[in-house]
Design a binder for this molecule. Structure first.
Ligand SMILES: [Zn+2]
Length: 466
């Protein structure tokens, strides 16, 4: 399929330019003024064309819990999240569909789904997510959440540092991961599997090391949660006698194709290790605020040359999948952390982080993240006549710092037009909303019953009054 986008505003380092862009098959084939129209003409006047963003960390099944978990720190929140509420594969499909749609409607064309697996139905879970992403047409990195230690071991001073999760044997976990890779990993179709241990706090070294072997055997990207909370920093010292970053370096987990969600509690030596190994930080500002995890030292990362991109994180800790919202908060939040305003992130830099930075963390920066000839046609066209983007001033400044609503006219992924005239073409939205409604429960205020058993221990290790 061929498209000619005419007279679109495009950003270059020199400033805004009005140009035509041609797309043929999966890539950008021409960028110039007044191109002859080939294929379908798309009116780009009063519209801004940007490379698609990467929603570089989310957990789509959390959609079923959004809005429900009260204000709690991660360690207690997890007990609420994991309290038995068994999902059906059909629900996994629906929440993946909704996560993809919300990502697309806020400028994302790629997402990383650190996917919670239904115990005993792991392959069905992955199959349901793959089915959703193939239907929508979004570029999807599916990172099955794997760990082999029991949840209480993720708390410091619990004396259970190596307690095996009885339901999650290390070898069986690796086998199911390999089976999924063989079945679903298919970059040509926009579906990529990742090796993604949940986090050191829940994983044995064996699981991490064998996971690295698997990623090398099949050339997969790696992903994990890293030092999201202060409790995890304390736990790493207890468990390894060094920082979690040092331990990951020792295990040789860090690489240019490794992306690390959160990275809130890193010190300067840790930051140097990330820079030296060219690993990518995925900044999840809304989740970090919602769970009180802290403010990631993003300005320090950038000054050290560490690649940083943005994620929404799962909907139970952010409650929305709005990539532009994550970019906005993740940009201006850091103005409070450094008096020297010359270090603050500009809207232009924020867009670069979200697009090219996201691509880099997935090893795709030579193929996407820029509007350039021969790059993948993963593009988003913003309607600058949307009320939220008027009056026209600096369109990029307003896109990042404003609150864009219904601002997306079109989106392409791999050359396929998924959004046209503001509407998703690949999903029956009426059906999706009806299905989500049909699985809904009666409105209820949430209680924190599952937290009671661990709350006292958490309060005592974190130095809070009992
Ligand atoms: Zn997460």
């Amino acid at each position: 399929v061929v498209f000619t986008i005419q007279n679109a505003l495009i950003l270059t380092e020199q400033g805004y330019n009005t140009l035509d862009v041609q797309i043929a098959a999966d890539r950008i084939t021409a960028i110039a003024p007044n191109l002859p129209v080939i294929g379908e003409a798309v009116d780009g006047s009063n519209k801004l064309l940007l490379p698609g963003f990467v929603n570089a960390h989310t957990h789509s099944p959390e959609l079923w819990q959004r809005g429900r978990i009260p204000p709690l720190p991660l360690e207690l929140w997890l007990f609420e999240l994991y309290s038995p509420k068994s999902l059906q594969p059909e629900q996994i499909y629906l929440s993946a569909l909704a996560t993809a749609v919300e990502t697309l409607l806020s400028g994302g064309t790629t997402l990383v789904d650190h996917l919670l697996l239904i115990p005993g139905r792991e392959q069905e879970t992955i199959a349901a997510a793959v089915r959703a992403y193939q239907q929508v047409g979004i570029r999807a990195f599916i990172a099955p959440l794997v760990h082999d230690q029991a949840l209480p071991t993720s708390l410091p001073s619990n004396g259970q540092g190596t307690a095996q999760d009885p339901q999650r044997q290390t070898k069986a976990t690796l086998d199911l991961l390999e089976e999924a890779v063989l079945e679903y990993h298919c970059p040509d179709r926009g579906i990529y599997l990742m090796v993604a241990p949940t986090g050191l706090q829940l994983c044995s070294d064996t699981l991490v090391e064998k996971g690295i072997e698997l990623s090398e055997r099949y050339q997969l990207c790696r992903h994990t949660h890293l030092l999201e909370t202060r409790a995890q920093k304390i736990l790493a010292q207890e468990k390894y006698g060094c920082s979690a970053v040092e331990h990951l370096k020792h295990l040789e987990f860090l690489s240019p194709q490794t992306s690390l969600a959160h990275c809130v509690w890193l010190d300067d030596a840790d930051i140097d290790i990330l820079a030296a190994t060219s690993a990518t930080v995925v900044h999840n500002p809304l989740s970090n605020l919602r769970l009180g995890s802290g403010i990631a030292p993003v300005l320090k990362f950038r000054q050290a040359g560490v690649n940083v991109c943005f994620g929404c994180d799962g909907s139970a800790s952010n409650d929305a999948q709005d990539v532009l919202e994550a970019i906005k908060i993740g940009t201006i939040l850091h103005n409070t952390t450094d008096l020297d305003y010359r270090h603050w992130i500009t809207p232009y830099e924020a867009i670069q982080m979200a697009s090219l930075g996201g691509a880099k963390g997935l090893g795709l920066d030579q193929q996407m993240g820029r509007i350039a000839i021969d790059h993948k046609a993963d593009l988003v066209l913003y309607d600058l006549t949307s009320l939220s983007l008027l009056p026209r001033s600096d369109p990029l400044g307003l896109l990042v710092l404003g609150r864009p609503t219904q601002a997306i006219d079109s989106a392409w992924v791999n050359g396929q037009r998924i959004i046209a005239d503001g509407a998703i073409k690949t999903v029956d939205m009426t059906m999706l909303k009806q299905e989500l409604l049909s699985y809904s429960q009666d409105p209820q205020l949430y209680s924190t019953a599952s937290v009671a058993g661990v709350e006292q221990h958490y309060r005592s290790v974190m130095g809070l009054p009992i």
